[in-house]
Ligand binder design. Structure first.
Ligand SMILES: [Mn+2]
Length: 453
């Protein structure tokens, strides 16, 4: 981010009345504010954009098509990542956190207004059950937001719940508990149908903490049997995405620890079941791009949970620690972009992160931009030359082709795609100029706490 322009004062910020709500002012970003921001940025932006567009044109790259692909690309915001996260050691509030589902939608609306790339939210049930389905759908329409995959939760016990998930849910040794967990997932699908979602993401905390605690084969079979029951309740145009994770909350074994186990389950379930890749759910140094390539080959790549990590499931800002890995993942995706059996547009692109020290909205803006940058760089890879280098076993050339794309500063291309979509040239800069967090604190107070991780 460049130097910050002095912030606007409160009266300059367009606010709107929310009618009967106790909260008087609702922070909203107006078209005028976006236009004025882009006007101020236009001179510097044009210079940077013309420079890179001219250079890429010499390489016979179709800039227009690249920008259009960026414009169409949308990344879903998870409802649980809009407040401050925490660790088991503590949590530090940031103030102005959304306390209701409506306010969570408002926050996604703010992000989407600034980047026009975050036009969907992924809800977590039961944290985000809408009280008034019609009102929530209307609000989402107004903010131009759709509902992406819904997420079930059998990793915690809820207040009114009959049986505990302490020793597992879909894998549990007790049939009554498995039935309860299956019914919860079916309920999540029913909520999702009312919202217009088209997928359910299942992540299981099921596993064991000590050797000998669980019969691996029986736990797998019970899980498969439970998933089949949920699968049978899927509407015809829905998908079931099965996420895997090697450890945590269980530290000896997880029932679905890796992509291979997820792939085995989704293959047994049927065409509507696919694997979901959460970047943080791998042991250190795992070659995630190769997993992505194999899932693409088998048409079983359902979607992503983007984040970044240094050691484990750190849930850090996407692209903040390993940007080259993110680029390599997108390189595999772009290589397969026109495949009719695994349409790029039907892959679920979602963020799954947690923010312990940063403003969640700033963090999400940074994550989305990092994803766009990785996508744009992957679109720059000279595929013909790469294929030639590979076939000729020209190892150095293959590396050059990849790194030439990675080392290109594509930020002006991403900014151009935003400007054309009516978004801000520099969303984070605008966010700070408008003092959005300060206004959210004014609106909601410092004591609110969002449900989430
Ligand atoms: Mn995840």
């Amino acid at each position: 981010m460049g130097s910050m322009v002095s912030p606007l004062k409160w009266p300059d910020i367009i606010i709107r009345l929310t009618g009967s709500s106790n909260r008087i002012n609702r922070m909203k970003i107006s078209e005028e504010q976006l236009k004025s921001h882009n006007k101020k940025e236009s001179e510097v932006h044009s210079r940077h954009f013309d420079e890179i567009a001219g250079r890429l044109d010499k390489n016979n790259l179709n800039i227009e098509s690249l920008i259009q692909q960026l414009e169409q690309f949308q990344v879903t915001i998870p409802s649980w990542a809009l407040g401050a996260g925490g660790t088991r050691f503590g949590r530090f509030s940031i103030g102005g956190e959304p306390a209701t589902l409506g306010e969570k939608l408002d926050d996604v609306g703010l992000i989407h207004a600034m980047n026009r790339t975050s036009g969907a939210i992924s809800l977590h049930i039961p944290w985000d059950i809408p009280d008034d389905m019609v009102a929530i759908r209307e609000k989402a329409d107004e903010l131009d937001i759709t509902f992406d995959a819904v997420n079930s939760n059998t990793f915690q016990d809820q207040k009114d719940q009959e049986y505990s998930y302490k020793y597992g849910s879909l894998c549990h040794t007790d049939k009554k508990i498995r039935v309860q967990a299956v019914e919860h997932n079916v309920q999540v699908i029913r909520y999702g149908e009312q919202l217009g979602s088209k997928a359910i993401t299942v992540w299981l905390a099921d596993g064991s903490n000590f050797p000998g605690q669980q019969n691996f084969r029986k736990a797998f079979e019970r899980t498969r049997d439970s998933l089949e029951k949920i699968y049978r309740e899927l509407p015809s145009d829905w998908k079931m995405l099965i996420e895997y994770k090697p450890y945590e909350p269980n530290f000896y074994s997880m029932v679905i620890p890796d992509w291979g186990t997820s792939f085995l389950l989704v293959s047994k379930l049927g065409d509507k079941a696919e694997t979901l890749v959460d970047l943080g759910h791998h042991l250190p140094n795992t070659n995630i791009e190769q997993i992505v390539a194999t899932l693409l080959l088998e048409h079983k790549l359902g979607g992503f949970h983007f984040n970044d990590s240094k050691y484990g499931d750190d849930d850090l800002t996407t692209g903040s620690v390993k940007p080259y890995q993110l680029f390599l993942i997108f390189n595999e995706l772009v290589e397969n972009i026109d495949h009719p059996d695994q349409p790029f547009s039907q892959i679920a692109w979602m963020i799954d992160a947690s923010h312990n020290v940063k403003d969640p909205l700033e963090d999400l803006l940074q994550s989305v931009e990092a994803i766009q940058i990785a996508f744009a760089r992957a679109l720059l890879v000279d595929r013909e030359q790469l294929e030639h280098a590979r076939n000729a076993n020209d190892v150095s050339l293959a590396q050059e082709v990849m790194q030439d794309a990675f080392r290109t500063d594509v930020r002006p291309l991403v900014a151009e795609s935003r400007i054309r979509s009516g978004a801000a040239a520099h969303p984070l800069k605008l966010y700070r100029q408008l003092e959005v967090r300060k206004n959210l604190i004014k609106e909601r107070g410092t004591e609110t706490q969002a449900t989430g991780l």
